[in-house]
Ligand binder design. Structure first.
Ligand SMILES: [Zn+2]
Length: 382
């Protein structure tokens, strides 16, 4: 009997890990059982009630460096517009459908399978290879933050749907919540108040032109930074001129940008807006959670070259790329760990109805993870 990756992916997709609330512990327990059946030991790391990471490892014959295969177990809400049930994990025309099929349970299934194969291949490994299946990547990265509090590694591969392209950079985000303040009055006498909703409308036009300016800079792997209003809420009552209106912005950062600089530039824009529209006050009042900032590993880094070489050896190198969305790589880079992103599934299916992954891609990803891990871990690194 050999482990079946399609069966494993179906098991993982059928576990509802919609975040919020996540409930990743149940999936972690199911995966622990699956790994144990194929002889790989693992342990749960709880980071909140009912929420846990799973950490599995295989140790080499010799001491050496630690490689972490990291991916997330939580998924975004299914939303509407599906033709397949998002938790059914149906297979049709060579694709497996479901929320998380690509982002990132395909990576998780492929990494788990790779770990079993690496252990069975009788390779002379140096150091250890760790699978870290973490929770909460989609909201606040609580899982990876908890993992890296008392754990580290010498290199990491983050599993996300990259279309099996090796990626060395990704965008990050910061989400300021802006409050526009006016003055309330009876809705029958708007001339006595200052309507914060009107102020927000004027501010949105200003932010739109600021977003256009951002498009003038760009990064070779991930493209330009962006700014988009994502939530708006204002007003207090049906019969009252609105005193307050809040706009939440999603500002995507490219490697090289710091969130503090992006926030300072936004604050400048707000100050200019207020001096031109003295009836209104507008300021950043809080920040909504994000996965974190942008990050990059230099393309000439030994680990990137090793991964590239391994992918070439199995005929899978497609050139380097960058991920336009956020991922947990940022936390590995902040901890000084050289990191790449690689996984099955196209980036274009993420967070959409009828998310799917090609079963052929899934098999190729197992081969790629095995090749990269073996290339890195069979070297003694002097
Ligand atoms: Zn993801």
């Amino acid at each position: 009997v050999t482990p079946d990756i399609v069966e494993l992916l179906r098991i993982l997709v059928r576990q509802d890990t919609t975040n919020p609330p996540g409930n990743e512990q149940q999936l972690a327990e199911v995966l622990r059982e699956w790994l144990a059946r194929w002889g790989v030991e693992s342990a749960l790391q709880e980071f909140q009630p009912f929420r846990a990471n799973l950490i599995a490892r295989i140790r080499g014959r010799y001491s050496g460096r630690r490689l972490i295969l990291n991916t997330h177990t939580d998924v975004v809400p299914a939303g509407s517009g599906w033709t397949e049930h998002p938790l059914a994990a149906e297979v049709r025309d060579g694709y497996l459908f479901g929320r998380g099929a690509a982002d990132a349970k395909a990576s998780l299934a492929a990494m788990a399978m790779a770990l079993v194969q690496l252990r069975d291949q009788n390779l002379v490994l140096h150091g250890e290879i760790v699978l870290a299946a973490v929770g909460d990547e989609e909201v606040g990265s609580l899982g990876t933050r908890a993992l890296l509090r008392d754990f580290t590694g010498d290199a990491a591969i983050v599993g996300e749907p990259t279309g099996r392209r090796l990626m060395t950079a990704h965008k990050g985000s910061v989400r300021p919540v802006i409050e526009v303040r006016g003055r309330s009055a009876h809705a029958a006498h708007p001339e006595l108040g200052v309507n914060a909703i009107d102020g927000a409308a004027a501010l949105l036009r200003r932010l739109c032109s600021y977003a256009g300016e951002l498009g003038r800079t760009t990064h070779p792997l991930v493209g330009p930074p962006t700014l988009v209003p994502v939530l708006i809420a204002g007003g207090e009552a049906l019969n009252t001129v609105a005193a307050r209106c809040r706009i939440t912005l999603d500002r995507r950062l490219i490697p090289g940008e710091r969130d503090s600089d992006a926030v300072a530039a936004l604050q400048n824009t707000l100050e200019r807006f207020c001096s031109e529209h003295p009836r209104y006050a507008a300021s950043i009042v809080e920040f909504a959670p994000t996965t974190g900032g942008p990050s990059e590993t230099p393309a000439r880094h030994e680990f990137v070259l090793t991964c590239q070489e391994a992918l070439r050896r199995v005929g899978q190198f497609k050139g380097l790329g960058g991920l336009t969305v956020n991922c947990d790589m940022t936390h590995f880079r902040a901890a000084g760990i050289p990191t790449v992103i690689y996984g099955p599934g196209e980036p274009s299916v993420m967070h959409k109805p009828d998310e799917r992954v090609s079963l052929r891609e899934l098999e190729l990803a197992v081969e790629a993870y095995v090749a990269m891990a073996a290339e890195w871990s069979t070297r003694s690194h002097g």
